[in-house]
Design a protein. Structure first.
Length: 364
């Protein structure tokens, strides 16, 4: 007797910002593999290949059920020959040689350890490897001069490489809330980054601060930082001033994706509930603070909520499909030669001709 097997053939629009991607990933084995290859490419300075793997993983993250055969993927965008080969290997053999070899490779392992130090990027790690450094102890013993960030990173290495939980994020939020309220009553603080997308853990906690009256936010960051410092909450901080000038070097010039808000990269000393004796009563947690004027708040909120791929795709969509330049500060229409105002994320999606995607569905 002939049995007809129904096989779902998936389809999806090509930009991640057109898709709803929740945290409910039915293909984690595949997307973990592709993400690892993306990471390896990024660690090797091959950013283009990294993006290609991230896009492929992004498409698979959004599928409604597990993939069982590559034939289901024929109509999907962003899945190049290389990614498809990896998927095929995993579906047919349970693993991909390329992924397993990469995982085991000495170079990848060492690069991961060294770039796992806060303040150490690929270039620095690369240089150290060339100088014969293979691990943390060796780095410490070598007497290399480390900058302030790297010193703090090395000192708190273990804490900073242990993920932050939602309840720790809430504890940090309570502290930041108090700091903000103390130095500028009426100022508002919003949780951004992965936790705003509903993630249960993160590598850091991100906050956006603003004031409903334009201009009142000026000079806010140093005050917040002083308050936190005086209360003993900061193990490390580096504050960068706001350098955004509309029109001069704003979104009309789509250069880097770094924005120009006043921001603070910090390491918090977070006091934990301690039950047993001899336990460390606190732990180090990475915290990012960003201040935006209310007029740019919606753009900052959208730009700092992520995911990184979702953000990249929003900007690509804006440029390629709409002839617009999107940044965390503004949206510029290159055809009309004017900035498009928005006071909510919904308005920005509307300007871009996109269906609104809430934060919990931006997990591409
Ligand atoms: P995780 O849980 O690992 O922290 P995350 O999504 O919160 O994940 P982050 O690295 O904290 O990742 O970044 C949060 C968001 O802020 C991302 O969308 C990213 O694009 C944006 N972002 C981070 N750094 C910058 C920067 N220097 N300039 C502009 N945007 C940035
Ligand atoms: Mn984050
Ligand atoms: Mn961050």
């Amino acid at each position: 007797q002939l049995q007809v097997l129904e096989v779902v053939v998936f389809s999806a629009p090509s930009y991640a910002c057109q898709r709803r991607t929740t945290l409910d990933n039915h293909n984690a084995i595949l997307t973990d593999a592709l993400s690892l290859l993306a990471e390896n490419a990024e660690l090797s300075g091959e950013d283009g290949r990294g993006v290609a793997f991230r896009r492929a993983a992004g498409v698979l993250k959004g599928l409604p059920e597990p993939v069982t055969a590559v034939t289901q993927l024929v109509g999907l965008p962003c899945l190049g020959g290389h990614s498809l080969r990896v998927v095929k290997d995993i579906l047919e053999n349970g693993a991909s040689c390329e992924v397993e070899d990469t995982k085991q490779s000495e170079r990848f392992k060492v690069l991961k350890v060294l770039t796992g130090i806060f303040g150490v990027g690929v270039k620095t790690a690369e240089r150290w490897i060339q100088e014969g450094i293979r691990g943390l102890q060796q780095l410490q013993d070598s007497g290399r001069t480390l900058n302030r960030a790297q010193q703090a990173g090395l000192q708190h290495y273990e804490d900073l490489n242990q993920h932050v939980t939602r309840s720790e994020a809430d504890a940090v939020a309570a502290v930041v809330e108090e700091a903000v309220a103390s130095v500028l009553p009426g100022a508002r603080m919003t949780l951004i980054g992965g936790f705003r997308r509903g993630k249960l853990t993160g590598h850091d906690v991100d906050f956006l601060i603003t004031h409903p009256e334009e201009g009142r936010e000026v000079g806010l960051m140093p005050k917040v930082v002083s308050w936190l410092e005086s209360q003993g909450f900061l193990l490390y901080q580096k504050t960068t001033k706001n350098s955004y000038l509309e029109g001069e070097d704003g979104p009309a010039r789509p250069s880097s994706n770094m924005d120009r808000f006043e921001r603070c990269f910090s390491i918090f000393k977070l006091t934990e509930e301690v039950n047993g004796e001899g336990l460390k009563p606190w732990r180090a947690v990475r915290v990012d603070l960003v201040v935006s004027p209310i007029s740019q708040f919606a753009f900052a909120l959208l730009g700092w909520t992520g995911s990184k791929l979702f953000e990249r795709e929003l900007r690509r969509w804006a440029g390629h499909k709409k002839a617009m330049s999107l940044s965390s500060h503004a949206l510029y229409d290159n055809t009309q030669r004017r900035y498009l105002r928005a006071s909510s994320e919904e308005e920005i999606f509307a300007h871009l001709g996109l269906e609104y995607i809430p934060p919990s569905e931006r997990n591409a």
